[in-house]
Design a protein around this ligand. Structure first.
Ligand code: PLP
Length: 420
């Protein structure tokens, strides 16, 4: 199936006289005919469903759809994008381990990696994406367990050189995890370029309508976990009768371990109703993404022509420092543009306050056009140094171009400039 078809049909195929639409299974539990049958599911939770803390039929239909879109062997939904990135890391790292990431990532992920993971005994080593493979390779430690990056960085809008980082990670015997939130599998499939695990905040384009939060982890099934660095996947798990995930589940070892251990223990699983709403968004994802890109390309070109604008960052804009990478990895650069208004913090806020159609909201990748001021909103927890490392200026505005008619969007942006 092609993307448009997968969006509508993957993950759920009704049988004779069954509901055409994925049903909301609003039940926390499931009944069985005998205790032996329940015991069998406890022995191998992949065989059936026993409890809503880590499995639900509505959520699993969505998981299958997303796995199909990304080209993975399995997926697990979480109650937020943050939970997805946390579990993606904890599935590989114990206290005493380290991870490698570029600093051009979501502010919430920087907090998680720099501060909260450190409290759990996991160190995040940040590397400069422009350094050579050799220089980056020197930052690895014997305890490094993964490499992390964002396809299109939020909000820096740098395009991650997936092939380069996949090669570096694999040379060091660890997987590459890519947060593919902004691109979605419609604009980029990181597995096609060597990534091993993909995460998403489904709160953004996948849901697309700003109605519910969520996240997902997708497993490519291609990484070989048996090189000695991942005993959690290869050695017996005492909490599951001594099974080895790689021996028992082969290529799906990573994603099954994430559900059986981490989701069981942390319980950040989405509700069936949330998954139902997410599925509605996913049904139109392949139709929506190209339109966001088309609108944003026009808006980026308009902004670039304004004298009040110091710089525009949009990977799809010819001349953008990420243009080549965008051409290589993306079928479009999404609807998100960041640009810097001359005069810093003050002017950026003035411009934003004058908009009428675009809403000032802490969100991005919505169906409606919205704006956000990273320095005073999403990234206000970061020090000036961290802000700089994340590529954020005081005058930076993050503009998320929606699906309105682009002429109406441009007219609204004019109002902002008129107010300066
Ligand atoms: C929003 C976002 C997250 C966090 O997702 P939530 O659903 O808000 O928890 C993670 N990564 C990226 C790239 C994001 O844009």
């Amino acid at each position: 199936m092609k993307d448009e078809t997968k969006c509508l049909h993957a993950g759920y195929t009704p049988g004779n006289a069954e509901p055409r639409v994925v049903p909301i299974v609003q039940s926390t539990t499931y009944t069985y005919d005998s205790t032996q049958e329940v015991a069998a599911v406890f022995d191998d939770p992949t065989k059936s469903i026993i409890y809503s803390r880590f499995a639900n039929p509505t959520v699993m239909a969505v998981e299958e759809k997303i796995a199909a879109l990304e080209g993975g062997v399995g997926a697990m939904c979480t109650s937020s994008g943050q939970a997805a990135n946390l579990l993606a890391v904890l599935n590989l790292c114990d206290a005493g381990d380290s991870i490698i990431s570029t600093p051009e990532i979501y502010g919430g992920t920087i907090n998680l990696f720099t501060h909260t993971l450190r409290k759990l005994g996991i160190e995040c080593i940040y590397v400069d994406k422009n350094e050579t493979a050799e220089e980056i390779g020197r930052k690895f430690k014997p305890n490094t367990r993964l490499v992390f990056g964002e396809t299109i960085a939020n909000p820096a809008l740098d395009v991650f050189d997936i092939e380069k980082f996949a090669a570096i990670a694999h040379e060091h015997g660890v997987p590459l995890i890519v947060d593919n939130t902004f691109a979605t599998p419609i604009l980029c499939r990181p597995f096609d370029f060597g990534a091993d695990i993909v995460t998403h905040s489904t709160t953004k384009y996948m849901d697309g309508h700003a109605v519910q939060g969520g996240g997902v982890i997708v497993d490519s099934g291609r990484f070989d976990w048996t090189n000695g660095k991942f005993p959690g996947l290869t050695e017996p798990d005492v909490t599951y009768h001594g099974i080895s995930y790689t021996e028992k589940y082969g290529e799906a070892a990573y994603i099954i371990k994430a559900r059986m251990q981490l989701m069981r223990d942390f319980g950040c699983y989405p509700a069936a109703h949330s998954a139902f709403l997410l599925n509605l968004g996913l049904e139109t994802l392949a139709v929506r993404m190209p339109k966001y890109c088309e609108n944003a390309e026009k808006v980026a070109a308009y902004l670039q022509g304004r004298k009040e604008v110091e710089s525009v960052k949009y990977p799809g804009l010819p001349g953008d420092e990420n243009y080549q990478l965008a051409q290589k990895y993306l079928k479009g650069s999404s609807g998100v543009i960041s640009f810097v208004i001359k005069g810093g913090r003050e002017k950026a806020m003035q411009w934003m306050n004058a908009l009428e159609l675009a809403s000032n909201e802490v969100h991005v990748a919505d169906i409606r056009t919205c704006v956000l001021h990273p320095a005073s909103e999403t990234h206000r927890q970061l020090s000036d140094e961290e802000l700089k490392a994340a590529g954020i200026d005081g005058g930076m505005v993050r503009l998320s171009v929606g699906l309105e008619n682009v002429e109406d969007i441009l007219e609204d942006l004019e109002k902002g400039f008129a107010a300066l």
